[in-house]
Design a protein around this ligand. Structure first.
Ligand code: FEO
Length: 136
């Protein structure tokens, strides 16, 4: 399953700063998977989960700033997708902290599916638009 959390060229959005951030997201999700597999304590997994949420929120903010600066027409719909994921992972973290949810293969599958689907179907839509404005 580790290979499912590897960035590859098919995920490129043709904007180097965003590709770098997406690679980092894959790295953190892979780290979370490793923590889950190795049976690390809740504190370790909780720390990685916190970093994943923080990095995701920061990435979304950076991506939204870039799209806004260049007048990307689908900004609102894209932001709505971001808010949905943020709400889902923050709710999960709350349940995790309270002990009612654990990091499971199902959660890992959800994160991996969400990340890859979002990049392939939503993020990649801005590639040509931003490239045409000189953003690479
Ligand atoms: Fe790269 Fe829209 O998240």
């Amino acid at each position: 399953m580790e290979t499912a959390f590897q960035w590859n060229d098919s995920y490129s959005v043709k904007v180097s700063a965003m590709d770098a951030q997406h690679k980092r997201l894959f790295d953190i999700i892979r780290e979370l998977y490793t923590a889950m597999r190795s049976g690390h304590g809740k504190d370790v997994a909780g720390g990685v989960l916190r970093r994943l949420i923080d990095y995701t929120v920061n990435h979304f903010a950076a991506e939204e700033k870039l799209m806004k600066e260049h007048g990307y027409p689908s900004l609102a719909a894209h932001c709505a997708e971001h808010r949905d994921l943020e709400a889902t992972v923050v709710a999960f973290k709350k349940d995790f902290d309270e002990g009612s949810k654990a990091i499971t293969p199902e959660l890992m599958k959800f994160l991996q599916n969400w990340l890859t689907t979002h990049i392939l179907t939503i993020d990649q839509k801005y590639s040509d638009f931003l490239n045409s404005r000189g953003v690479r």
